[in-house]
Design a protein. Structure first.
Lengths: 157, 410
């Protein structure tokens, strides 16, 4: 079976910016065998290495589109860009969307890429997610597990 | 960033790009001094090693510990990994697109995939060095007060030789590439401040030197530099106590220490047309590229000379008092100060990152750029301001292409 990878992006010392890492953490014990869970605490060009050789990549990061905190966005970035203005670019050199597009331009993008954005409310220096974002973690975990089930089935055939 | 223009005259330019690590200064209080390298490494995802190094320098000097040369060399190797990664990121992903007429690295990747590929490969080699020596590629966990938790084997390091040799070639290519860009003429007039070391182009420690002739030990930093609170914001700006603006980072390092670059890096600089000094913020991209050559060259030398040390760390017992530590983060001088008690509890921590030290110099440059371009519309003016800021490679969170420019015209 080809590689399947889940990447949580973020910074735990930037409040809700840590949500991608919280999701990755919660997923580690629950993903099917053969699925890699990776944390990306750095800027997202690291994603290009993280999904190297994968057939399926699922990325989770904090979003700042202006929606209510805890809102979960889901994008299939396999063949089209993520809409601009969803992901913050200020905590990283680039947004996740830029990393996806660089990967696409360099032909280093997995055939299937799903990106989750969890709308954050608080991005100041500090630890701990705000309540609505903390509550969203479980929902994203379940959604990613469903994606993985689907991906590993199709992938294994 | 906010700009106020009245009748075509610039009244006010203010840049709010950087938040000083106050949260971490408070977070460190009451913690053991042994936790400082781990905690401060989390301040920046791009330069964790810089924070670790300044922290251990401060604490080890306070506790009167001499770090054996093999361990110091390993730390320097780790630090070169960080320089390679950080410089490759800035040169290729953030700065080069400005010179080539692209709005982002995404566009550059579409038109010149081989260039972006080279940048990513360089960056990856930096990551590899950090993983092998630091134990983990992000937030290296292997550094501790006194040395390392575990020293890598010779074999571990040998695996880095081939990628680093390739990276050195790519770095030379990077110098040739960036040297061919067109540079608007620009000169930074303020004092340049960088560390200076007896044993090479300073990176992991040294004395604080300036073009005006300063020569200070780390403990004298506070007597000569001060941080000012900026009205209406959380920002702190550093300046010389004598009132002057100063700049640290690659231009300062090159201008003060270029003769200490490796011969290969010196030759590359000469071929690229860099003079003995460089005060042009646009050409900082060439200086960073030269520093990439130097970092790869030095990393290879350190690996070739490496012998596994008998111990990976020396014992350190806390001593009550204040310790001062400095190092050259990719963006410039990074100063740490810690006051600890006899049990090793941190009573007070002070961290002055390069970006807050460079803030005034960046603002001066921006004011000048705005003054000469008040006739441009806001969008064009914003592009110019973004480029001006990127010349200084401020802390990565700020170097993006998303500057909010607030122009008030009357």
């Amino acid at each position: 079976m080809s590689r399947v990878v889940v990447v949580g992006v973020g910074n735990t010392f930037r409040r809700d910016d840590g949500v991608g890492l919280a999701v990755a953490d919660a997923l580690t014990a629950r993903v099917p065998d053969g699925v890699d869970v990776v944390e990306c605490e750095q800027e997202p060009t690291r994603l290009i290495d993280a999904w190297d050789g994968a057939a399926v990549a699922i990325v989770v990061d904090a979003a700042a589109s202006g929606a209510a905190a805890g809102t979960v966005h889901r994008f299939d970035a396999s063949s089209s860009p993520i809409p601009a203005g969803v992901f913050r670019s200020s905590t990283h050199a680039f947004g996740v969307g830029d990393a996806v597009e660089i990967g696409r331009a360099l032909e280093q993008l997995p055939p299937r890429v799903v990106v989750y954005g969890v709308e954050g409310g608080e991005f100041g220096a500090g630890e701990g997610l705000t309540a609505p974002v903390r509550e969203a973690v479980d929902r994203v975990v379940e959604a990613v597990l469903r994606d993985l089930e689907e991906a590993t089935c199709t992938n294994g055939r | 960033m906010s700009v106020r223009i009245a009748d075509g005259e610039v009244e006010h330019v203010e840049l709010r790009i950087f938040e000083p690590p106050r949260f971490f200064e408070a977070f460190l209080q009451g913690r053991s001094f042994r936790e400082a390298p781990d905690i401060t490494a989390r301040i920046c995802g791009i330069c964790p090693v810089a924070y670790q190094t300044s922290a251990v320098n401060a604490l080890e000097s306070l506790c009167g510990v001499e770090i054996p040369t093999p361990i110091r060399d390993l730390r320097r190797l780790l630090y070169y990994g960080e320089w390679i990664e950080s410089h490759a990121l800035h040169v290729y992903m953030l700065h080069a697109p400005d010179f080539l007429g692209y709005t982002s690295a995404v566009e550059l990747a579409r038109d010149a995939p081989e260039a972006v590929q080279r940048g990513l490969q360089l960056k990856k080699t930096g990551n590899q060095v950090m993983t092998v020596v630091g134990g983990r590629e992000i937030h290296p966990i292997n550094v501790k007060v006194g040395g390392f938790y575990r020293a890598p084997s010779k074999r571990d390091l040998r695996a880095l030789v081939e990628p680093l040799e390739r990276a050195r070639e790519s770095s030379l290519e990077t110098v040739r590439w960036t040297a061919g860009f067109e540079f608007p003429e620009r000169t930074v007039e303020c004092d340049l401040v960088a560390l200076r070391a007896a044993d090479g182009y300073a990176i992991d420690g040294g004395r604080i030197a300036s073009t005006a002739g300063l020569d200070l030990g780390p403990s004298e930093y506070d007597e000569h530099f001060e941080e000012l609170h900026v009205e209406r914001s959380n920002a702190l700006q550093s300046r010389l106590v004598t009132g002057g603006t100063y700049l640290c980072g690659p231009l300062a390092r090159y201008t003060l220490n270029a003769p200490q670059l490796t011969p290969l890096a010196r030759d590359a600089a000469q071929e690229a047309g860099l003079g003995r000094t460089c005060r042009d913020p646009f050409r900082s991209i060439v200086v960073r590229s030269v520093e990439l050559v130097h970092a790869c060259d030095e990393a290879l030398r350190l690996i070739a000379a490496y012998d596994e040390p008998d111990v990976s760390a020396v014992p350190v017992e806390p001593v009550a008092g204040t310790g001062y530590g400095v190092s050259e983060a990719p963006r410039g001088l990074l100063y740490h100060r810690y006051r600890i008690d006899a049990d090793g509890t941190i009573l007070e921590a002070k961290i002055v990152p390069p970006t807050s030290q460079n803030q005034l110099a960046i603002e001066d440059d921006l004011r000048d750029v705005v003054e000469r371009n008040t006739h441009l519309d806001d969008e064009r003016l914003r592009d110019l301001c973004e480029q001006t800021i990127r010349n200084y490679d401020p802390c990565i969170s700020c170097a993006t292409h998303f500057l909010a420019l607030d122009v008030e015209r009357r």
